[in-house]
Design a protein around this ligand. Structure first.
Ligand code: C2E
Ligand code: CA
Ligand code: CA
Ligand code: CA
Length: 277
């Protein structure tokens, strides 16, 4: 098998740098983690800033490693992207998100879960089929699975991304542009995107209360989002001051440690139950 050949190559090829060898070892471990049930889906709530109600969550993956403990996506998503493991990883996340809502729907408390897609996923022409199959097999209503794509992912191949976004949207999947303000999308292009929500990058939100220019950017971004007829989401809200300032600016939705850190999916329903704005 190619995977094993790769490893043998590492061990017997002196030209292989320790770094490359380490990457390959981690990649094969990650592959086993995906297949062997060692990924965990954490959920971070999103709150409607007008009603104060929980209106959904973002699904964030973690790797429960036998010896290294809980590993954050910052440590393995890039590797998953460069090795092609992002495909099975994303499919695992989507299935986990839909399975949760299958259970919740039975108790009358379904809530949308947004999953993150990377550039490689956009170019996977089986993704849409897979999403349709899972919706059907798990009998989950459309709209309960949402998709987040970063501004830079979308801009990497703008024409192509536009087509995929339309396909997803046509299937009733609500779409978010993530990390907005860090890329370089033109207004004309933004206007064409079939997205419902635009998430203002955390870096602006975080500096809003201390840096005038960040506050100015947040304000004009929210206005721009509204002019385009979309909803503005702020993430990385850590203080009451951030919340108050964003509420004043008419931001629609909020996400951040002030409300809750990402939590194991099993804990989410009880958390929602307890949450009082
Ligand atoms: P992201 O999509 O921008 O997700 C938000 C990140 O910000 C999460 O980090 C979240 O825990 C963190 N965060 C949320 N609120 C706050 C806050 O108030 N303060 C601070 N300091 N941080 C906050 P996390 O879970 O470590 O994920 C990091 C990135 O990894 C994500 O950034 C996303 O790009 C990627 N990622 C996570 N799960 C997946 C996945 O299933 N697939 C893909 N392709 N990427 C994923
Ligand atoms: Ca995201
Ligand atoms: Ca983000
Ligand atoms: Ca990010």
């Amino acid at each position: 098998q190619a995977k094993e050949k790769g490893l043998r190559h590492v061990m017997f090829n002196p030209a292989q740098t320790p770094d490359q060898a380490r990457r390959l070892t981690i990649a094969s471990e990650l592959r086993r983690a995906i297949d062997g049930g060692d990924l965990r889906l954490y959920l971070q709530p999103k709150v409607d800033m007008v009603t104060g109600r929980v209106c959904g969550s973002e699904g964030l993956v973690r790797w429960q490693h036998a010896t290294r403990g809980l590993i954050y996506p910052g440590e393995f998503i890039d590797l998953a992207e460069s090795t092609g493991l992002i495909k099975p990883l994303t499919e695992w996340v989507i299935e986990a998100a839909l399975s949760l809502n299958r259970g919740w729907a039975r108790e009358g408390r379904a809530l949308p879960i947004a999953v993150n897609l990377s550039a490689r996923n956009l170019h996977d022409d089986e993704l849409l089929t897979k999403i349709r199959q899972l919706h059907k097999a798990l009998d989950v209503a459309p709209g309960l699975l949402e998709v987040e794509l970063t501004e830079s992912t979308v801009m990497e191949d703008a024409g192509f991304a536009l087509q995929v976004l339309h396909d997803l949207r046509d299937d009733g999947i609500p779409l978010y542009i993530d990390d907005f303000g860090t890329g370089y999308s033109s207004l004309r292009y933004l206007q064409k995107l079939p997205v419902d929500y635009i998430k203002i990058d955390q870096s602006f939100v975080r500096h809003m209360s201390t840096h005038k220019d960040a506050a100015l950017i947040v304000r004009s971004t929210i206005d721009l989002i509204h002019d385009l007829g979309r909803k503005a989401v702020a993430e990385g809200i850590e203080t009451q001051q951030d919340w108050d300032q964003l509420a004043l600016l008419g931001c629609d939705m909020a996400q951040g440690y002030l409300i809750a850190k990402p939590m194991p999916a099993e804990e989410f329903p009880a958390w929602v139950e307890r949450f009082r704005p």
